[in-house]
Design a binder for this molecule. Sequence first.
Ligand SMILES: Nc1ncnc2c1ncn2[C@@H]1O[C@H](COP(=O)(O)OP(=O)(O)OP(=O)(O)O)[C@@H](O)[C@H]1O
Ligand SMILES: [Mg+2]
Length: 224
Amino acid sequence: MIELKNVCVEAGGQKILDHLNLKLSEKRIAIIGANGSGKSTFVRLLNGLRLPTSGEVLVDSLDSRKYGKDIRRKVGFVFQNPDNQIVMPVVEEDLAFGLKNIGVEKAEIARRIDYVLDRFNLQAARLQSVQSLSGGQRQLVALCGVIVMEPEIIVFDEPTTQLDLSNKRKMTETIFGLSQQVIVVSHDLDMLKNFDRVIVIDHGRVVHDDIPEKSISYYEEAMA
Ligand SMILES: Nc1ncnc2c1ncn2[C@@H]1O[C@H](COP(=O)(O)OP(=O)(O)OP(=O)(O)O)[C@@H](O)[C@H]1O
Ligand SMILES: [Mg+2]
């Protein structure tokens, strides 16, 4: 479980996150809020991509200041833009990259890659160059690159913003089909209806934290 204790983040002389105290235990949690409210900063804390200025982020009781590497094994992060995530030119090589880095053996790498390509209908793209894929396919490859690492928790920062309606639906189904806990930043309120919990952030503070129906109507009224 991820826990935030009195977390503040400051940058450029301003408070970006202000005394957050949260226990994130539900299977599907969403973060919503206006542009610039601090959502991306918040989720980057969850796998140690960013460290708090004060307070603590604990993942299974491990402090992100000391155990960043272990935490990144437990918590996978899918970026908004897949091009920030995909590092190798060919799909198969990209999916193998992180696994090679942590010393997973060849047969196991092949097994995991086969599994995700089957699961996401990407076998035909296995030897294709990443550049030749559509935006939706690239987003899926980026997610596959996280799934092969077998994290316990997957964080998504706006996974559907670049996708058309059909791919948006596919990505939403994919997120619901994951066995891992998911924490998702999204402006796509429709997608969040069946989540377990929706946290509303405003000016770096949690201003509402409830079931989707209640949090979403709070947010819609606040934005009106
Ligand atoms: N390193 C930094 N230095 C200065 N300001 C920063 C830094 N990182 C983030 N900020 C500021 O913190 C605020 C929150 O940024 P953040 O990216 O977390 O917002 P967001 O809620 O994800 O917005 P969006 O919906 O547009 O993605 C913004 O005003 C941003 O400019
Ligand atoms: Mg953001």
